[in-house]
Design a protein. Structure first.
Length: 276
């Protein structure tokens, strides 16, 4: 029972850590105060949970839990979060905080779903299944975010076309403003990119644990990385002023076509993505 409880406890930490990273990514790109505060307080919860776990281990073992590889990974993750919290409270190096937590999240995922740890655990099969579940859930959420981006893009093009032609209809008053559509596109992409990246990290860890043979050159993996590159490039060009708002909307429409291709065709051609 204790093993199951600790497994669930660490899974909750991983999920909260992932959500915190999403908010940090939004703040990193857009200097969003709400996202910044949300990321900080969620990370604070993760930090308190990890600290509590370390205290429990310290009391049970009467030593600092760093004598094995997996204990060391957990303690290392805790130190990275501690350092990021100190940087955030006393300095203004937001970039360092974001990238420190990316590293910390990777190591926390390795600790929670490490092959050796799963083999030793009586809930090993459950952990593998739940890692797969979390991976798929985050992937689907990222696709949903990109779908929101293309919806706002289509609305932007529609409103732009109506304003250009100056042909008002009864439905025009129910359409969002151009600015609202633009904000919606950006917010959706800001959310979709880190969520998909986190899904890839979790999916890679699942493949290491659950599969005897797999290749990182798998069609679905390459397609997912390609999606991150496409949307990151679209954001970069828009932020640098290389894309007009109208071009940005069209770029979202075409980028979403790759989402559809990766979701369906990539899954059919993949060596191990059979659940689609």
């Amino acid at each position: 029972m204790a093993e199951i409880t600790m497994a669930r406890f660490h899974e909750v930490i991983v999920v909260l850590y992932a959500v915190s990273l999403v908010f940090y990514f939004i703040d990193y790109l857009n200097k969003n105060k709400v996202a910044h505060r949300s990321a900080f307080w969620i990370l604070m919860v993760v930090y308190l949970m990890q600290s509590g776990s370390l205290v429990v281990q310290l009391i049970e073992t009467h030593r600092l839990p760093i004598l094995s590889l997996y204990e060391g990974i957990y303690f290392y993750t805790w130190l990275l979060i501690t350092l990021s919290m100190i940087l955030q409270l006393f300095t203004k190096v937001g970039f360092a905080v974001f990238f420190l937590n990316v590293i910390g999240f990777v190591f926390m995922t390795i600790y929670t779903f490490a092959p050796a740890q799963i083999e030793q655990s009586p809930v090993g099969e459950s952990l593998i299944s739940e890692l797969l579940f979390i991976h798929i859930t985050f992937a689907i959420f990222s696709y949903a975010a990109f779908a929101m981006a293309v919806v706002y893009a289509i609305l932007y093009l529609l409103v732009y076309n109506v304003l250009k032609r100056k042909k008002w209809t009864k439905q025009f008053g129910r359409l969002p403003s151009l600015q609202m559509c633009l904000i919606g596109m950006k917010a959706s992409i800001y959310t979709g990119i880190p969520v998909l990246f986190i899904s890839l990290i979790l999916g890679t860890q699942w493949a290491i644990v659950a599969l005897d043979e797999w290749m990182i050159s798998d069609v679905k993996i390459i397609g997912s990385f390609f999606l991150i590159i496409i949307y990151s490039l679209v954001l970069f060009l828009q932020r640098r002023g290389k894309l007009t708002a109208n071009d940005f909307a069209w770029a979202n429409v075409f980028a979403f076509l790759f989402v559809i291709i990766n979701f369906f065709l990539g899954s059919k051609l993949s060596q191990f993505h059979f659940w689609i």
